[in-house]
Ligand binder design. Sequence first.
Ligand SMILES: NC(=O)C1=CN([C@@H]2O[C@H](COP(=O)(O)OP(=O)(O)OC[C@H]3O[C@@H](n4cnc5c(N)ncnc54)[C@H](OP(=O)(O)O)[C@@H]3O)[C@@H](O)[C@H]2O)C=CC1
Ligand SMILES: CC(=O)C(=O)O
Ligand SMILES: [Mg+2]
Length: 779
Amino acid sequence: MPDQTDKQTFSDEEALDFHRIPTPGKISMAPTKPMATQRDLSLAYSPGVAVPVRAIAEDPDLAYDYTSKGNMVAVISNGTAILGLGNLGHMASKPVMEGKSVLFKRFADVDSFDVEVKTTDPDEFVTVVKNIGDTWGGINLEDIKSPECFVIESELQDLLDIPVFHDDQHGTAIISTAGLINAVHIAGKQMDQVKVVLSGAGAAGLSSIALMKAAGVRPENTVICDRDGVVYKGREHGMDQWKAAHATDTPFRTMAEAMVGADVVLGLSAKGAITKEMVASMAPNPIIFAMANPDPEITPEDVKSVRSDAIIATGRSDYVNQVNNVLAFPYLFRGALDVRARRVNHEMKVACAQALAALAREDVPDEVAAAYRGRKLKFGPDYIIPTPFDPRLIWYIPPFIAQAAMDTGVARRPIEDMDAYRHSLRSRVDPSAALMQKITSAVRGGPNKRVVFAEGEEPAVIRAAWAFKQAELGTPVLVGREDLIHQNAAEAGLNFDELGIEITNARVSGCNAEYTDWLYEKLQRRGYLRRDVQRMINQDRNYFAATLVAQGRADAMVAGVTRNFNMALKEVQRVLDVDDTLIGLSILLAKGRTLFVADTSIHELPDARELAEIAIKAADTVRRLGRNPRVGFLSYSTFGNPPGDRGEKVREAIRILDRKGVDFEYEGEMPPEVALDPHGHPAYAFNRLSKPANTLVMPAIHSAAISTKLVQALGGATLIGPLLVGLEKPVQIVSLGASVNEILTGATFAAYDAGPAFQGTGLTSAPPPPAALAERDAD
Ligand SMILES: NC(=O)C1=CN([C@@H]2O[C@H](COP(=O)(O)OP(=O)(O)OC[C@H]3O[C@@H](n4cnc5c(N)ncnc54)[C@H](OP(=O)(O)O)[C@@H]3O)[C@@H](O)[C@H]2O)C=CC1
Ligand SMILES: CC(=O)C(=O)O
Ligand SMILES: [Mg+2]
């Protein structure tokens, strides 16, 4: 049975690099107001800022209107129970706290930053937080050990007029209760009948067992355990009032005894606390939630080795059923903030647990299903709760919390129109962030694809191929010498043998003569001798890799790491033909907007006909990627003003499209500000774009390359590509020296291009996109 660390898709070094490069840490701050002019400065700072100061002095609640308080949550810790790693101090907790802040933003658009308090004294902690607490709309306490956390949370709740929520207690209780409700149902058991053993009588464990009791589990059917064994009624050592409240009258003294015949075991303690023997002794269809982080109490592999009838969940993302509080805290606070709640109460937590349990029972959309390890997700033993990347969570869960807050009188600002609220929640999450996830999901959900990594000996390529395989995106085929690949893989700490990554090269392929014949046939009238072609196949990885794809031995290819783009493209083009038009399409993701930019790599100075073809190809590709294309032809001039040859060429491209009668919106020539705001310029009211352009056709390659790279360099934008579009078979050429992520992205797009809807046609001349990608016009 593989050790669970084998499942990790990264090395320790990568985890450190991730946190260090390009900027230390995981969060930064972005202003929401312009700060460009003297006037901006006067408004934002002195003297303008004095006006809201006076208003808030009169009515402190106006801070919700004039400051960021209402959408801001602090994640506060003293580092005394960091994950399951124990008390490692306040500074060591910072990466986790930054992580929680990022999750708030990513999943629920809640702004957040972390505060690490250097004290283990609960009174001192309370004093610090009490005095700064009004800054935020809510406080998420994190990784504070029990029993101190109970006192800290309850005192702060009384002292502050905002939600104070200890995530390890209640976030965990909410998601584990949601999971238990569903697991019990699937196992054919009843909440009021199941016998539950808890390992870990701390913050997470005691709160979880309390909420489960509120959801129907009978107190007398529970046994809780800590480091000293069973916490029985009357125990004297290692006790406190919180453990005593859940202690039961039981003859058991060890967890192993308590586990015999139990239906459910909840692990909220530490790695290794649950053994195979314990699991083997449980009742039929046992439910095992091993939720300790980063390593569960027992691995799913170990559970399966003794109990094939078990329903298993862990806190980790690399196994099915991730029971982790990330499914609760972002949405709970979203709902609480949106009604400006004064606290998070029991009813709000119950509403959250019930909503999560209910969502898991609903039909799972394809894009969620595909994101979940390529399996069709269906309510059952391997899918008892929603997955963290389920895009429905953001609009499904918070309304229940908001409603519960309103019903229980803790909402400062009730929501008047719940449907409108639900709608506004949908648009909160950045549609651009979802693009890669959708592509990845579509690849994972489709048939397995063999992707050739032409520069298979390169360490970055090996790591990308490994990540590709780990993410279940397909089968990587590395071109290179086996011994060198193994050596480089070992140096990167990767074990190839168990992964099923294929290695090939001209020496071992056994098909070189066949490949040479085929390529010679193609190139003999283009000035190549047979021995030239033989050398190309035998010695050049790009020719060899492209021939594998051409010959159907692989579905797609990624190259470019060690050779410049033009050279790599020329080599590939000697093997693979262009469908009709070849273009480079870059994707710019910035501020909730997704822009497709063409041609960023092939046509240096396109003429009018070529510009029209680029637009057609780009529009077609954008449609394949699930968007409704609106093409803006960019220029320095606006609809003929000033006149000039450069603008005329673009105007002629428009006329060509007019004559062709294409089936997408297009307009030009115009500068970016008109393309991106077509109705904001009264002088151009005739502009035919119904909404801002999402596909920008650039007048020449230099303006395309410079503008996309400039936006990226200025920050705040993610640039994907350029994607190569229009070859007869899917090939992506990444930039020279590309990073592991860029190679992985290239391979993912290549695999996507090779998907069933696109087989053999390239991204552009194919039937409509898979259902997983089709979306309402989000932009
Ligand atoms: N999946 C998820 O979403 C979440 C998981 N967790 C995980 O739960 C665990 C506990 O966190 P938290 O409650 O905040 O921490 P606490 O420090 O508050 O509590 C830890 C509890 O676990 C007990 N414990 C520790 N080691 C063992 C062991 N080997 N056998 C039995 N009991 C043990 C402790 O016993 P004693 O009282 O005797 O010291 C204590 O009762 C961590 O691993 C954490 O990562 C936490 C929150 C969310
Ligand atoms: C998930 C979490 O909060 C923890 O393990 O502490
Ligand atoms: Mg925690």
